[in-house]
Design a binder for this molecule. Structure first.
Ligand code: GLU
Length: 478
């Protein structure tokens, strides 16, 4: 049975890359009817942030990535918080001590620093095993415990990076248990993956360089090697550096607050560094589960592209509306309407959504894009007069066009999209204006927005009274 895991550190910020490291293990486990474990790697107490675990859980639930063992759901291999597994790590540490493969190291940190400086000065790589103390005390929590490395070469296969080789120069006496009694990541994940029966270790490629040390630990502990799957870096939009907070990439929480749909987030991140070899871009979760394969994860960095994410989100917004209906999309929009929309009925908001949805990239676009459906826009004559189609008209002409329009529209009995379109066509005939000229004028007068849906639809939703009142207000302000 395939067992994968997602092992985040609860630092409070969920980076795009963190989430992708959850998606691939999830897809592999589901595809093979295996298991995905959620393990919280909280042994770095200095970086621990209150509430961060809940944020991880909530984000995974939002994306629909359920786990089979871990916090909330439990399981046979708990606890799933590393901070609660102290005894387990200490037991495994004692096994290594008994085999002569680990030692307590009381060397003070300033002394270690001196060794490092010494190496820097002589331009030799700093390897702690060259400074291994000769006389070491018996280990007890409170003293750092180090691995006793044997310098040798390793070969291994990485499911993404291929056949790998490393020489003895990378093998070192890494710390297994810190002074505070907590294990390091290097040791804890080896123990946990083994205890939890993880078959596929999928994580960022940044762990690749430490892999020989992990292989040495598996060996020293007589553990079988799991399959190793290094996920490529996500690169910043404009450089070949790893995507960081400074590159303007938002956290998953922020994208969620902007109204990126979980379907789009999942779709986008799954395809960031993986493809199925076809041109397909939009995948449901079920399709991803069916099509995912380790051998199509790319081994070079994947460039982050927010525009693509927004495009994909727009596609998902349209597909929910078109396939599941207006109510289904409306149900996703809570919290994304302008505050003035509060007093309006659900029915009205669904109408607004129905004419706006195909322009949305994120649901939060609704706040600005729909504002004039809920309250009268501020009249901004400069904005009106400077429109490229209106610029050429005199104020008198604008006023007269508005008055003709008002008279025409006022005569409509049944205020619906068809009759409105008919009236607009008649107005073109009567005034001799080009559609862009006349319609820009009417559109701006009723919305003062840079874009709006088709004019007849916009006016139908606004209603006769409001549409005419806005046209009148502008006619008298001119
Ligand atoms: N706790 C590590 C991190 O958040 C996870 C690495 C792993 O998946 O083994 O980067």
């Amino acid at each position: 049975m395939i067992v994968t895991r997602f092992a985040p550190s609860p630092t409070g910020y969920i980076h795009i890359g963190n989430v992708r490291s959850a998606i691939y293990p999830y897809l592999l486990a589901r595809q093979n009817h295996g298991k995905m474990i959620l393990r919280i790697e909280d042994t770095d107490r200095a970086r621990y942030v209150e509430g961060a675990t809940e944020l991880v859980e909530d984000t995974l639930e939002w994306l629909g990535l359920n786990w089979d063992e871990g916090p909330i759901v439990g399981g046979d291999h708990g606890p799933y918080f590393q901070s609660e597994r102290q005894e387990i790590y200490h037991d495994w540490a004692r096994k290594l001590i008994a085999k002569g493969r680990a030692y307590a190291d009381p060397t003070p940190s300033d002394q270690i620093e001196k060794y490092r400086e010494q190496c820097n000065a002589s331009k030799t790589p700093f390897l702690y095993r060259n400074f291994r103390p000769t006389d070491t005390p018996e280990w007890q929590p409170g003293i750092p415990l180090r691995f006793k490395a044997e310098p040798k070469s390793y070969e291994w296969h990485d499911e993404v990076m291929g056949d790998m080789h490393a020489g003895p120069e990378v093998l070192d006496d890494i710390i297994l248990i810190k002074k505070d009694g907590y294990p390091t990541y290097n040791f804890a994940h080896i123990v946990d993956d083994a205890e939890m029966g993880v078959t596929h270790v999928m994580r960022g490629v940044e762990y690749l360089s430490s892999t020989p040390n992990y292989l040495a630990l598996y060996e020293a502990l007589d553990l079988p090697r799991p399959k190793l799957v290094s996920l490529p870096h996500i690169l910043a939009p404009n450089s070949n550096k790893k995507l960081g907070k400074r590159d303007g990439a938002k956290s998953v929480t922020e994208y969620r607050q902007d109204g990126i749909l979980p379907e789009a987030m999942l779709n986008y991140l799954a395809c960031l560094g993986w493809n199925d070899g076809t041109e397909q871009e939009i995948y449901t979760k079920e399709e991803l589960i069916a099509k995912f394969s380790l051998d199509r994860i790319q081994n070079s960095g994947a460039r982050y592209d927010e525009t693509k994410l927004l495009w994909m989100n727009g596609q998902w917004i349209r597909s929910i509306f078109d396939e599941q209906g207006p109510e289904a999309l409306y149900a996703r929009t809570e919290g994304f309407w302008p505050s003035v929309a509060k007093t309006h009925s659900e029915e009205y908001k669904i109408k607004v959504l129905s004419i706006l949805y195909d322009r949305l990239r994120a649901l939060a676009d609704l706040r600005e894009m729909s504002a004039y459906f809920f309250s009268d826009p501020e009249i901004n004559l400069d904005f009106l007069i400077n429109n490229k189609f209106i610029k050429k008209m005199s104020e008198a002409e604008i006023e007269s066009l508005l008055k003709t329009t008002i008279a025409k529209l006022a005569s409509i009995d049944a205020w619906d999209a068809d009759n409105l379109q008919q009236a607009l066509n008649d107005l073109l005939q009567e005034t001799g204006k080009k559609p862009a000229e006349l319609f820009s004028l009417i559109r701006i007068a009723i919305s003062f927005a840079p874009f709006s849906p088709a004019l007849n639809l916009t006016m139908e939703v606004l209603g006769k009274e409001i549409a005419l009142a806005r046209l009148n207000a502008v006619a008298s302000a001119i």
